[in-house]
Design a protein around this ligand. Structure first.
Ligand code: ZN
Length: 251
């Protein structure tokens, strides 16, 4: 390397436009952090668990409907049995009471008692059947409730992991923001505005390109010699754009 080209190399390194590269790198880091925050694998896992939880909830709702109907029907029969027992008790007490004189009335009463008792034992059989129907639903209900409990615990654990990652990402972002503020102070308002405009137009990675030899570091295209001459003759702090892609060239 000749001393002249070494001098040119040093000037490149010390270019006032170098802050543009720094700004772009910091913005890329900020975008990466934002992307990382949005795409934490735990978020997908959490979403899957949320779906599972809501599926379990609707299964529980269905079972609750079945159980409610069965328990209601058991309860209706128990209430009816209570009434029947009262009636039987009253009839029995009349049958053996002092007022009972006519054998015909006694027969009528006895047959009423038999009929009430028959109805009662029918209801009791039905209650046993209903209880047998309730059992598998109740078992299924506790199985699902326990699955749901596990699902909820996993969700809580994931939420905690996500919160921890977000905390990390936030503190990293804070330090990048501070770094960026320092670079912006060095860059000055005009360069920042130019950079912001270019970034809005071109995106994160290609708003600024380093001039490498005669190629643009953003689009990698060769820049025409006459353009290179023109760009190299500009004052070192004067921004220029790649004639091919429009990236701000750092030279
Ligand atoms: Zn270019």
């Amino acid at each position: 390397m000749t001393s002249r080209s070494r001098k040119a190399e040093e000037e490149t390194t010390l270019s006032e436009l170098e802050v543009l590269v720094e700004l772009q790198e910091l913005d890329i880091r900020l975008s990466q952090l934002a992307h990382r925050s949005l795409t934490l694998p735990e978020r997908d896992q959490l979403e899957a668990l949320r779906e599972q939880d809501s599926k379990l909830q609707s299964e529980l709702d269905e079972i609750a409907d079945e159980l409610n109907a069965l328990r209601q029907s058991q309860n209706d029969r128990e209430v009816e049995i209570q009434h029947l027992e009262d009636k039987v008790a009253r009839a029995t007490s009349s049958l053996y009471g002092d007022d009972m004189t006519s054998p015909k009335d006694a027969t009528v009463l006895q047959s009423e008692i038999d009929s009430l008792s028959g109805r009662q034992s029918l209801l009791e059989d039905q209650i046993i059947e209903i209880m047998e129907q309730i059992e598998p639903f109740a078992n299924e209900e506790s199985r699902i409730e326990s699955a749901r409990h596990d699902c909820r615990s996993q969700m809580t654990a994931l939420e905690e992991q996500i919160a921890a990652h977000i905390n990390e990402i936030d503190s990293e972002r804070e330090s990048v923001v501070i770094e960026k503020r320092n670079v912006e102070e060095r860059a000055g308002v005009e360069l920042i505005e130019l950079y912001a405009e270019n970034r809005k137009r071109m995106g994160d990675h290609i708003a600024v390109g380093r001039l490498v030899g005669t190629s643009c570091g953003a689009c990698f295209l060769e820049i025409a010699a006459v353009e290179i001459d023109r760009i190299r003759r500009l004052p070192s702090d004067e921004p220029s754009e790649c004639p091919e892609c429009g990236a701000l060239l750092v030279r």
